[in-house]
Ligand binder design. Structure first.
Ligand code: PEP
Ligand code: MN
Length: 355
């Protein structure tokens, strides 16, 4: 099925990569909203984000102030001239957000994953002219993401875009949400005119990953970036670890290399994407291997066995060394890799044995 699209056409924002949306994860207090917004505006940011309604994993966390926070967002618009946007998940949110003069709405990952919620949201957008960005669902399901986009588009929203925020996975890993870049890239292949914005904050979950993820997104031809930026990130009420100050964001954006000759970079980017994905797989596999190794430690503990059984270790090194040569790698390299893996494995087993 096709999408009927028009450019996002955001007043006062140049149609040039990257479109940058920045602001705190949540609107916490009027002071925090205004201070973050003023600093971001002074760095030239043109669109301000803040979560007013927050979907939290467990009850009891800060779930956003709801409508109380809307006048703070209006004040941002009046005093700084920035455009404002927030997440909507229900028809009530849409109505309140539109009454507050939101310039753009986004749909969160948990909502995209629910077709009933998406249809209700789409129905409530009928007859409203507002740009909408749809985040990927939490699970790596491209069709579900496309389905959500189709529902919103079916309601007459043509100024439509997507946000790539990564996908949740079972094992602990480098990223908070694994990027699985091939999914947004396939979305782009199927709908070349659909703008895709990268959300490095929710992918990375860590401040130090924001800059490399922004660069990767630009190298792959993403249209924009939505980055969480807070006047005092350490004290943030939600997602503290991934928020950066407006100063740091400015530093990151300043150093971003944006190449518009995508013809040249596309093949390189696609090769790099393959490498990144393989590294993600390697990390996933290593995580799983460590988990099994910890299970073995539990067994050894229960049976009063020693952690290192040298026969088994030699067997692994010999077997993999030989396999390495067959695959065109130096046996020495393979040996080093396995020594390092074994060392970490023993360290993790010791932690369990000594508990
Ligand atoms: C957010 O943008 O703060 C948010 C809740 O994101 P996501 O829906 O991607 O988890
Ligand atoms: Mn957040």
């Amino acid at each position: 099925m096709d999408l009927e699209l028009q450019p996002l056409n955001l007043p006062g924002i140049e149609n040039k990569r990257p479109l940058v949306i920045a602001g705190p994860c949540s609107a916490e207090t009027e002071e925090q909203v205004m201070s973050s917004a003023r600093q971001l505006a002074s760095k030239g940011i043109k669109m301000f984000r803040a979560g007013v309604w927050k979907p939290r994993t467990k009850p009891g966390g800060f779930e956003g102030h709801g409508e109380i926070a809307l006048p703070w967002m209006q004040r941002v618009k009046e005093e700084t001239g920035m455009l404002i946007c927030t997440e909507v998940a229900t028809p009530k949110h849409v109505e309140a957000a539109m009454n507050a003069g939101m310039d753009l709405l986004w749909v969160g990952a948990r909502t995209t994953a629910n077709p009933f919620a998406m249809q209700e949201l789409a129905d409530s957008l009928k007859g409203i002219d507002v740009p909408v960005l749809v985040k990927n669902p939490v699970n790596p399901d491209l069709e579900l993401w496309i389905g959500a986009l189709l529902r919103i588009n079916g309601a007459g929203i043509k100024r439509l875009g997507a946000i790539h925020r990564g996908f949740s996975s079972v094992d602990q890993k480098l990223y908070r949400n694994t990027p699985l870049w091939h999914i947004p890239i396939e979305l782009h292949r199927r709908y070349p005119n659909l703008p895709i914005v990268c959300d490095p904050s929710h992918i990375g979950g860590r401040r130090d990953l924001i800059a490399p993820l922004c660069q990767q997104a630009m190298d792959m031809g993403f249209e924009g970036l939505i980055v969480e930026s807070h006047c005092n990130p350490d004290e943030a009420w939600s997602d503290a670890k991934q928020q950066v100050t407006p100063d740091v964001l400015d530093f990151i954006l300043d150093r971003l290399v944006v190449r518009n000759n995508m013809e040249m970079t596309e093949s390189l980017a696609s090769l790099r994407k393959q490498i990144d994905e393989m590294d993600d797989h390697l990390m996933d596999l290593l995580t799983k291997r460590m988990r099994v190794s910890r299970e073995i430690a539990q067994y050894k503990k229960g049976h009063d066995m020693a952690v290192v059984q040298s026969g088994r270790y030699t067997e692994i090194l010999d077997k993999r060394g030989a396999q390495g040569s067959l695959c065109g790698m130096s046996p020495d390299f393979v040996k080093k890799v396995y020594e390092a893996i074994h060392e970490e494995s023993v360290r993790q087993q010791m932690e369990i044995i000594n508990k």
